[in-house]
Ligand binder design. Structure first.
Ligand code: HEC
Length: 141
């Protein structure tokens, strides 16, 4: 039982933003990590862009822009104070870049894809640094 709890605690540490929580007191910590709306949206955006990366590399046709991504403008955050002016500005630029990847037929799909991944990273640099190494792997070199 302890081993299972430890495993979930590790999973939580890997997925979440906070890289400072090195030690977890299993007796006290709730085992279930309840993800915020924004965290769930982010996981979806990550998976979608990971699939898109493969489609771009294989020169397959791309899926349509998922309208659910617009929820970035209102999804509830774990820490609501992270939605500040800068967040809104980067979110806007990010959505524009993603639309350019998925809604337009262009020779510059790769450019727009890398631009949007760099905007994921820009936003994460100031408020959720944990997933940055994972996000960087989305860039197409
Ligand atoms: C405008 C800012 C912003 C942009 C753009 C952004 N993120 Fe996030 N991301 C956040 C914030 C803030 C959180 C923390 C959400 C929370 O805990 O409520 C987060 C959380 C995450 C998480 C962790 C989710 C979890 O399980 O806790 C992943 C993975 C992630 N983002 C990936 C991405 C990817 C991939 C992109 C681009 C395709 C992206 N993000 C774009 C701000 C952003």
């Amino acid at each position: 039982m302890y081993k299972i709890a430890y495993f979930f605690a590790l999973l939580y540490l890997m997925a979440s933003c906070d890289t400072n929580k090195k030690e977890v007191k299993i007796e006290e910590a709730p085992i279930m990590y309840e993800a915020s709306e924004m965290a769930l949206l982010m996981r979806g955006m990550y998976e979608f862009n990971k699939a898109a990366r493969a489609q771009i590399i294989n020169k397959d046709s791309l899926s349509a822009f998922p309208e659910e991504f617009l929820l970035i403008h209102k999804a509830v955050l774990t820490d609501p104070s992270e939605r500040d002016k800068e967040f809104d500005t980067i979110a806007e630029q990010f959505i524009d870049a993603q639309k350019a990847v998925f809604s337009t037929k262009s020779d510059s799909t790769l450019y727009h894809f890398n631009k949007s991944v760099n905007l994921c990273i820009s936003c994460h640099e100031t408020r959720c640094i944990g997933p940055i190494p994972k996000i960087k792997k989305l860039l197409i070199h």
